[in-house]
Design a protein around this ligand. Structure first.
Ligand SMILES: [Zn+2]
Length: 159
């Protein structure tokens, strides 16, 4: 967040105009989605809210995080590489578990990665892409967690 301090606090730039630079200057997208709340008009008591979700073909396909373990065999990091699954960009797909038991039987676990929601891609100078979702506006005294849709990273497993 040194870039935020440099651009917004030191140089006085509006945070909403440099959000792309802020997102691409950090590795935080590997770990979480970002909610950006800002008041663009000083005399209006509304907060604009945008959601930014990072996408990477292997780490966060369709902006979703693949769970660490398989819920069928409980193996860790046993999912097929998402890049190996043939699909169109942004469409729903399934990754199978590649774990095998001691007697050679392959696990039946699968994980459904939903399609990327309608969004706008931000300029992508590096590996991975940020997508923005306009979530509307909130009165300043409301709590975003009470009003906004939740991130759909906890999705049902297929078996
Ligand atoms: Zn499994």
């Amino acid at each position: 967040m040194l870039t935020y301090a440099d651009l917004v606090i030191v140089n006085g730039m509006d945070a909403s105009t440099c959000i792309s630079s802020l997102l691409y200057s950090s590795n935080i997208g590997i770990h979480t989605t970002i909610l950006f709340l800002y008041n663009s008009k000083k005399d209006v008591s509304l907060l604009s809210v945008a959601r930014y979700a990072w996408e990477h073909d292997e780490k966060r396909p369709n902006t979703h995080t693949i769970p660490l373990g398989c819920n069928v065999c409980h193996s860790i990091r046993s999912w097929c590489d998402a890049r190996a699954v043939k699909r169109e960009s942004g469409e729903e797909f399934t990754v199978p578990c590649l774990s095998t038991s001691a007697d050679g039987v392959r696990c039946s676990g699968k994980y459904l990665i939903p399609a990327r929601p309608p969004s706008t891609a931000l300029a992508s100078p590096y590996v991975g892409t940020w997508y923005s979702y306009n979530l509307g506006s909130l009165p300043p005294d409301s709590t975003p967690a009470d009003s906004l849709p939740t991130d759909s990273t906890s999705l049902p497993m297929l078996s």
